[in-house]
Structures are given as structure tokens and as C-alpha cells.
Design a protein around this ligand. Structure first.
Ligand SMILES: [Zn+2]
Length: 405
């Protein structure tokens, strides 16, 4: 997959000719039509290429209706061209995949990390799900469009990218404690890209670095065939808030959650080995856990309990506790060093959120205190993928950290 940063429209025209494509299906929305899709159209018009434009409302979602609309309107198309950010790229990616047609993207905002991804995020039966699709043949970037995209979309993309700080810590933690496979090269590429973006906030190349970081995330997820390098406890928290209909962009929630998750890591740094060993005696109170789940997942609590029961009961297994705690104690210095390395940017991160006017506190996104505090106990039940919040659930120290928030 190629990313073209220079002369996107001319390059696109050459790409179409080189590959002998004769007909295009252009997918866009009413906002991206004027800022980008018309330029794409003009670029191919001179080449005697047939095209059809399917233009969605700006608030469209990637659901059955939108997917069906593509099927209804499509005529002949050798290639699909998605022009937009999250929703448009998901609609294009999935329909192209289903119809076994190649596709390319013109991102119009640096808002999320799914551009290069091989999965599509759809809303089916009203529920968000992730389905297999394929990555684009190429991504063409018009930097002028990116720079002039709505501020809120840029903030969201920045929050999503900064979420990699904790996602990568969670991945390493799981590698150290449970021997989960870790790809060192992917880890390094991800670190470099978020740091490069963080260091460039307010500078000329910021938006370019941001979009590049988001595209890179998608490529790295495809490389390890998992969202592990891009999604950890900060995403579980964001999903929990989404479940409770907290109305703000995904990346804004992820960015905010990252700050709180880092404070769990900070707490771990201050734990003594003796305090960790003492936690061998701890047991999860299953009744309390069930009550929290009932309260927090009102609509689906039975499922959540069913899916997590085995996991939570295992936490109380003496042999398991002793194994895990021994491993943590043995590797405490190694873990501490990783945390220290990542957490160095905490102040810089907070400063950059301030500069970009992003939320720094839970109430700024409309979360009430009860729900917010419950989030940290609930997040481990969103997904089994091991994170710092699973570790704190295991140690029984979640409440202690939350009290300091
Ligand atoms: Zn994300």
C-alpha cells in the first residue's frame, strides 16, 4: 500500500491510467464533495473515464442503509474511491471488499487510525462491530484539505494517536507477565510515530505527522493482524463511555482516558515489592463484582457476566495468584523502566491538550462522577485483552487509584 503526499490529484490520474481503470465509483459526503471529491472528478474527467458519485449526508453512519445504498446506486466500477474520514472510509472499504473491487482513499481529516486498516467498523442492528475487509491500494493525501479540516476532527485524531502511549505499555505489560507475543519492530515504529507527532504540536509539520501516525497505526495493526499496537485500556474505557452514550468523538474519549490510565501506571511505579507480595491474600468479592456489572451494564449485564465469570474466578485461584505475583515482583524493575520511559512525556502531553483545547477532566465530556469512577472497575470486562486495569483488578487496588482522581 502506497501513501502519496505530493500532487495527489495528478498522481491519482496517473495511477488510474497505469492500472487501466475505466470506471470509478466515488463515495463522499456533502462536505467532502466540495473540498476534495470535485478535484478528484476533474482529475479524471479529461481521461475519458466513467464515474459515478454517491454522496452521503455529512452525518451518515456506516450501517446497513449506507451499505445498501452503494449496492443500489452502483453501475460499472473498476475501482472505488472513498473521500472522507471514518464513516466514508468504512463504507467504501466494506462494499469494495464485498464486491471484490480494489479501492483507494482520499482522507479529508486526520481523525482516526483506520485509513490503512484491513477491518471496517460498522454499525449493524444498531451495534458497533468490527468486520474483516481489506486495506486500500493507495492513500492520496491533499495536505491543504487536511490542514483545513474541522478542529474537532484533528483533536480526535490526536487523542486516538496519543492513546498508543498506554496501548503500547499494556502490550508490553502483558508480554512481560503472560508472555504474550510482542513485535519489537512494530513497537518501536509506533513509539517513534506518536513521539514525533507529540513533539510537533503547534509546528508546521504537525498535521502531516499526525496523519502519518494514524496511517502508520493502521499499517502496524495489519502487520501483526491485531489491534494490540493501537488499542488497550484507554480504548476499553472509551468503549464503556460509548456504551453509556457519552456524546463526543472516539478519539477525544481515548485521549482523555489515556491521561487517567497513565496515572495507574504512575501508581504502579510507587508500589513496593512488599506491597505487591501482600496482595497474594486478596480475593475478588464475586457478589460485589456482579452487582457492579448489573449496575454498569444495565442492558447486557447477563452477557457481560457470562463472558467474564471464568476470568474473574481465575483471579481468585491461589496458584494463579502466586504465579502472577512472583512474576511481577521478579520483573518489577523491568516494568518500572518501561513506565518511566513512557511517562516522561506526561507533562508535554497535558500541555499539548491544553494548547489544542482538548478535555483534561472527565466532566468536560459530560461524564458524571459515579459512572466515571465505575469505568475503571468495568473496563476489564469489556475485553479480555490484558491491560493495566486488569492488573489493578487482579491486585484489588483499583479503588485506591480512583480515590486520587
Ligand atoms: Zn481508536
Amino acid at each position: 500500500m502506497k501513501v502519496i503526499w505530493q500532487e495527489p490529484y495528478e498522481s491519482f490520474s496517473k495511477f488510474i491510467n497505469k492500472n487501466g481503470y475505466k470506471s470509478l465509483l466515488i463515495v463522499c459526503d456533502k462536505n467532502t464533495l466540495n473540498v476534495c471529491a470535485n478535484k478528484v472528478r476533474e482529475a479524471v474527467e479529461t481521461n475519458d473515464i466513467k464515474y459515478k458519485i454517491v454522496c452521503f449526508e455529512p452525518d451518515a453512519i456506516a450501517d446497513e442503509y449506507s451499505l445498501g445504498r452503494i449496492l443500489f446506486e452502483i453501475e460499472q466500477a473498476d475501482i472505488f474511491v472513498g473521500i472522507g474520514s471514518g464513516t466514508i472510509s468504512d463504507i467504501t472499504r466494506y462494499t469494495a471488499y464485498k464486491l471484490k473491487t480494489p479501492f483507494v482513499l482520499f482522507p479529508t481529516a486526520p481523525s482516526m487510525d483506520g485509513f490503512a486498516s484491513s477491518v471496517a467498523a460498522l454499525t449493524i442492528n444498531g451495534l458497533k462491530t468490527t468486520v474483516i475487509a481489506s486495506p486500500p491500494e493507495a492513500i492520496f493525501v491533499d495536505m491543504e484539505v487536511i490542514v483545513n479540516s474541522p478542529e474537532i476532527l484533528k483533536k480526535a485524531g490526536f487523542g486516538d494517536l496519543m492513546g498508543k502511549i498506554t496501548a503500547l505499555l499494556d502490550w508490553q505489560l502483558s508480554h512481560i507477565i503472560f508472555d504474550e507475543m510482542l513485535d519489537l519492530e512494530v513497537l518501536q515504529i509506533m513509539k517513534d510515530t506518536y513521539l514525533k507527532t507529540l513533539k510537533s504540536v503547534g509546528k508546521n509539520n504537525f498535521y502531516r505527522n499526525l496523519l502519518e501516525g494514524l496511517i502508520t497505526s493502521g499499517i502496524m495493526m495489519s502487520r501483526v493482524n491485531s489491534s494490540r499496537p493501537a488499542s488497550g485500556s484507554e480504548h476499553h474505557l472509551s468503549h464503556f463511555w460509548e456504551y453509556h452514550r457519552v456524546k463526543t468523538y472516539h478519539g477525544i474519549k481515548v485521549g482523555l482516558a489515556t491521561l487517567y490510565v497513565l496515572r495507574f501506571y504512575q501508581h504502579f511505579l510507587n508500589l513496593d515489592k512488599s506491597e505487591i507480595i501482600e496482595r497474594k491474600e486478596y480475593k475478588v468479592n464475586i457478589n460485589r463484582w456482579e452487582n457492579i456489572i448489573k449496575k454498569a451494564f444495565q442492558w447486557t449485564f447477563e452477557n457481560v457476566i457470562k463472558q467474564n465469570e471464568r476470568r474473574v474466578r481465575k483471579i481468585n485461584n491461589e496458584e494463579f495468584r502466586s504465579q502472577v505475583i512472583n512474576r511481577i515482583v521478579e520483573k518489577k524493575e523491568v516494568i518500572d523502566n518501561l513506565i518511566k520511559d513512557a511517562i516522561r512525556v506526561y507533562k508535554e502531553l497535558v500541555d499539548s491538550y491544553k494548547k489544542l483545547e482538548m478535555p483534561l477532566n472527565y466532566w468536560e465530556i459530560g461524564l458524571d462522577e459515579n459512572l466515571f469512577k465505575m469505568s475503571f472497575l468495568c473496563a476489564p470486562n469489556i475485553r479480555e485483552r490484558f491491560t493495566i486495569l486488569h492488573l489493578y483488578e487482579f491486585l484489588g487496588l483499583t479503588d485506591e487509584v480512583i480515590q486520587s482522581f
